[in-house]
Design a protein around this ligand. Structure first.
Ligand SMILES: [Zn+2]
Length: 265
């Protein structure tokens, strides 16, 4: 029975992941999420339903558009797979012990963070819709009294504003030293959303993990560049030249914290 449920959650994750792809692609460009229906970004031919089955279609079409043969970004199946695997993990971790409500709210949490990860990585911005949704659902979650981290509504509210304030403060200090902004406005609001869900006690861990992953990523790309000297692509160029955006780092550390909240305390 449990394995049947897991399978259903996996399929559900693929379907939601497919919707996140639309969100990730259209939200930063201000396009409607519902219209037009899915189409090839190159030749703009509308896709048939069987071109649009999560994961399966990508494999069947060997990663190319059925009409013009244009390569389809690996990001599409990747987002679908990550969403499905995360939802299954959240189900296993929270459903048997805490019931359906934490599973539902943490699934929303994870899906918003997946969107933040990919949008911020590419566009260096976090849409307000995502941060405000995170804050909103975090507050509602605390009101149900079912947050396994024991976050009350009062704590959720307080943590939202201290999260925003904390990053604002760090940015001010950074500005005083370096005379440039290190963290964007989007990151303040994202931290508010993480506070709403995880409480202010998570802040130390979130910032620690985010910085650690940032440093490791930076060094990996340094080594990567040394090995593939001359072979320059825009992705690594971007990361080496400018700062690594903070939103993706915060998103990863928030998910690590969700699965292991006592990791460093
Ligand atoms: Zn095409």
């Amino acid at each position: 029975m449990f394995y049947q449920e897991l399978f259903l959650v996996f399929i559900l994750g693929l379907v939601f992941g497919s919707f996140l792809n639309v969100l990730i692609y259209r939200l930063p460009e201000g396009k409607s999420l519902l219209k037009p229906s899915s189409h090839c970004p190159k030749c703009e031919t509308p896709l048939k339903w069987y071109h649009n089955i999560p994961l399966i279609s990508f494999i069947f079409l060997r990663g190319r558009c059925a009409y013009c043969g244009e390569k389809i970004s690996l990001q599409y199946p990747l987002v679908e797979l990550i969403t499905a695997l995360l939802l299954v993990s959240i189900f296993v971790k929270f459903k048997p012990l805490y019931g359906f409500i934490p599973f539902a709210f943490f699934s929303i949490f994870a899906m918003i963070l997946i969107s933040v990860f990919f949008i911020d990585l590419k566009h260096k911005e976090i849409p307000d819709l995502l941060s405000f949704s995170l804050i909103f659902f975090g507050w509602i979650f605390s009101l149900t009294g079912k947050n396994p981290l024991g976050i009350t509504f009062k704590e959720s509210l307080l943590s939202t504003f201290s999260g925003i304030g904390l990053l604002f403060f760090i940015n001010e200090v950074y500005y005083l030293i370096t005379r440039r902004d290190g963290i964007g406005m989007g990151d303040f609001k994202l931290m508010g959303g993480l506070g709403a869900y995880l409480g202010y006690k998570s802040f130390y861990n979130l910032l620690f993990f985010a910085s650690l992953i940032g440093v490791i990523t930076f060094f990996i790309f340094q080594i990567y560049q040394k090995i593939f000297k001359g072979k320059k692509d825009s992705f690594t160029e971007n990361i080496l030249k400018k700062e690594i955006p903070f939103g993706p780092l915060l998103s990863i550390s928030a998910l690590i914290y969700l699965f292991n909240p006592k990791s460093l305390l």
